[in-house]
Design a protein around this ligand. Structure first.
Ligand SMILES: Cc1ncc(COP(=O)(O)O)c(C=O)c1O
Length: 330
């Protein structure tokens, strides 16, 4: 991405960036699109600013850009690694999203929360790089370092950056200078790059352990979104995830079910398995337990199609998700 210094604000992270954007641009009742399923914090921030949050369907490739509703002021999206399903928004959808924003006057809010972690796939250009006039880009150190770092960034075209800076001044919002200097030192000395390279290898090992343990589960259970990021989704037959989560919890593995990522009725069932804050041995042990629990449950069920309920896409196209023990904020 190319941008001038005046187009960049140093924030406390993505959610802080969303709040600043909302404070600067939204009026009560404005319609804001959020991926469905999507990041609950994004929905909460927009709703807290009086916006009317409109769910916009995402499938295993990301936001379904051909179905965007009319009258949106903003649409929030995670194109590098859809949260939580894990898709990478394909180039034609990126182009159609930008064409849609140009045609409707809506802004695209690009949450680039974990694009540093990709495995075996080439990077795709950020939406902001394709068209900085209609995209506001948000980044964070929450995944590369830790959510506790509290430093992120927002890039926007000049007039928007000015409005957001003014709104920020009005509410006395600021980012810790001590944390900024710490990040600067890590950047300047190359430590952040080294850390990301090392962690990419470590996360690839954890991801491989998950795929080895859960990749060949029988029948309707399947793993999704394993090309990037720090979590995968284990899709489960409709109506089983809560049972699996409860049984896993009894054996010391904490996972959350997919439903918390939906604003409306969940269109799928499953678990989100986060491995950002969990060691390789914990990941392996936790996945073995989940495998045993799921296998026992599937063996006890009568055979049937077992595909997710709802309208999130063609049967069999939609994963389900939950969150594993130790995940740093999902
Ligand atoms: C989709 C998504 N965006 C952003 C973040 C990070 O937000 P922040 O930078 O506010 O910690 C997370 C963390 O879990 C996330 O899942």
């Amino acid at each position: 991405m190319h941008c001038a210094p005046g187009q960049i604000l140093v924030t406390r992270g993505v959610t802080n960036g969303l709040g600043l954007l909302a404070a600067a641009l939204l009026r009560p009742g404005d319609r804001v699109g959020v991926e469905e399923p999507g990041y609950p914090a994004a929905r909460a921030v927009f709703a807290a600013h009086g916006a009317h949050v409109v769910p916009c369907r995402a499938d295993e490739h990301g936001l379904v850009t051909g179905e965007l509703p009319a009258g949106l002021r903003l649409v929030y999206t995670t194109p590098a690694h859809q949260y939580p399903l894990g898709g990478r928004l394909p180039v034609p959808r990126r182009q159609s999203l930008i064409a849609w924003a140009r045609a409707t006057g809506a802004l695209i809010v690009e949450d680039d929360y974990d694009s540093e972690f990709r495995y075996d796939v080439a990077p795709l250009p950020a939406l902001f790089g394709l068209d900085p006039d209609v995209v506001v880009h948000l980044g964070t150190t929450a995944k590369t370092l830790t959510p506790a770092m509290g430093v992120g960034w927002l890039a926007a075209r000049d007039d928007l950056a000015g409005l957001i800076t003014a709104a920020r001044r009005d509410i006395s919002d600021r980012t810790s200078e001590a944390a900024q200097h710490a990040l600067l030192a890590l950047l300047r000395d190359g430590d952040l790059d080294r850390h990301v390279r090392r962690m990419r290898r470590e996360y690839a090992r954890r991801r491989a352990a998950i795929v080895a343990a859960l990749g060949d589960l029988a029948g309707p259970a399947r793993l999704l979104g394993d090309t990037a990021g720090l979590h995968v989704v284990l899709e489960l037959p409709a109506g089983t995830a809560a049972e699996v989560a409860a049984a896993a919890a009894r054996r010391g593995v904490e996972v959350t079910t997919m439903e918390r990522y939906f604003a409306g009725p969940p269109a799928m069932d499953g678990l989100m398995l986060g491995y950002g804050g969990t060691s390789l041995s914990q990941v392996s042990r936790g996945c073995q337990i989940i495998r045993q629990v799921v296998a026992a449950l599937l063996a006890a069920r009568p055979p049937g199609p077992g595909r997710p309920r709802g309208s999130a896409g063609p049967a069999g196209q939609h994963p389900a998700v939950s969150r594993a023990a130790g995940t740093a904020r999902g």
